[in-house]
Design a protein around this ligand. Structure first.
Ligand code: C5P
Length: 280
């Protein structure tokens, strides 16, 4: 029997850097949602722990011991085995949490396979700052601390049609954090009476930011080009996710998203482009 767990892309609709801890990790305040596109983990019984990677983005990573899927498995494997297949559709090091989503999906799949409880948030955090939010997903969440403080973000209007675009440049997260000019930005603006409709959400989002966008563009200028393309395609909001380079555009309906994705693909056949709907 194979267990299948979807590992959806995480998107930071807003990401404020509000401080820095003594150990160097940054304090964040972020609205995190999950998309309908992502990787998939399949796990079945086996004597040893084995990992096989397939899919459109498989070439981007190796199935070595340091792969996050293995590291997640070792959290509670002891001497148990499992044959794990990672179907990789999300680009590596791209700001939409591919590795974190895979780690969280591995924890869920192996817990099911082995009849165990899913490891704690602390164990997930030790694998990476974005793993707890992925483990808690796919509903929208407000993420604070370095990623361990999670609250449900209720009342997000939908359906939110989105186009994700990655210009195929891997971005180093530590380098982008290091290039930040301010690390004491204000938190997300409190939402008083809910957003109501999608335009209400967009108006609120436009008053928030991704504080990592400017330093990421300074290092990887093509990110600015991606945002300009999305804006030219008439999206309601274009922004970078995480530390980049993937950017998202929110569109007025799925038809508009599909048309924009098609035109972007024609103009940039080398870019990774997916149209999707946010899981609300
Ligand atoms: O936890 P993770 O391995 O995903 O983080 C990668 C790097 O990103 C960290 O080593 C750190 O330099 C930076 N980071 C940070 N603050 C966070 C998350 C990540 O400074 N909240």
């Amino acid at each position: 029997m194979a267990i299948e767990v979807f590992a959806p892309a995480k998107v930071n609709l807003a990401l404020h850097v509000t401080g820095q801890r003594a150990d160097g990790y940054h304090l964040l305040d972020s609205l995190v949602v999950f998309a309908g596109v992502g990787d998939e983990i399949r796990a079945s019984q086996d004597d040893t722990l084995r990992l096989h990677i397939v899919g459109s983005e498989a070439a981007g990573l190796t199935a070595g011991d340091d792969n996050l899927v293995f590291r997640a498995a070792r959290v509670f494997a002891s001497d148990r085995g499992a044959a794990i297949t990672l179907i990789k559709d999300l680009p590596v090091s791209s700001g939409i949490g591919g590795g974190s989503a895979d780690a969280a999906a591995t924890l869920k799949a192996l817990a099911q396979l082995w009849g165990e409880t899913v490891p704690t948030r602390e164990a997930a955090l030790a694998l990476g700052a974005d793993v707890p939010v992925c483990l808690n997903g796919p509903s929208p969440q407000r993420m604070r601390g370095i990623g361990e403080q999670l609250d449900p973000f209720v009342g997000l209007p939908g359906p939110l049609a989105m186009v994700l675009v990655n210009p195929r440049v891997a971005v180093s997260t530590p380098e982008v954090f290091k290039a930040l000019s301010r690390k004491d930005n204000p938190p997300l603006e409190e939402v008083r009476d809910g957003f109501g409709t999608i335009p209400g959400l967009i108006a609120w989002l436009k008053r928030q930011r991704n504080d990592l966008e400017a330093p990421a563009i300074a290092k990887v200028p093509v990110i600015g080009e991606v945002l300009r393309y999305l804006t030219r395609e008439g999206c309601l909001l274009a922004r970078m996710s995480g530390s980049g380079a993937t950017c998202f555009g929110i569109f007025d309906g799925q038809d508009a998203a599909r048309d924009a994705a098609r035109r972007l693909r024609e103009a940039h056949p080398g870019w990774w482009i997916r149209e999707t709907v946010v899981i609300t």
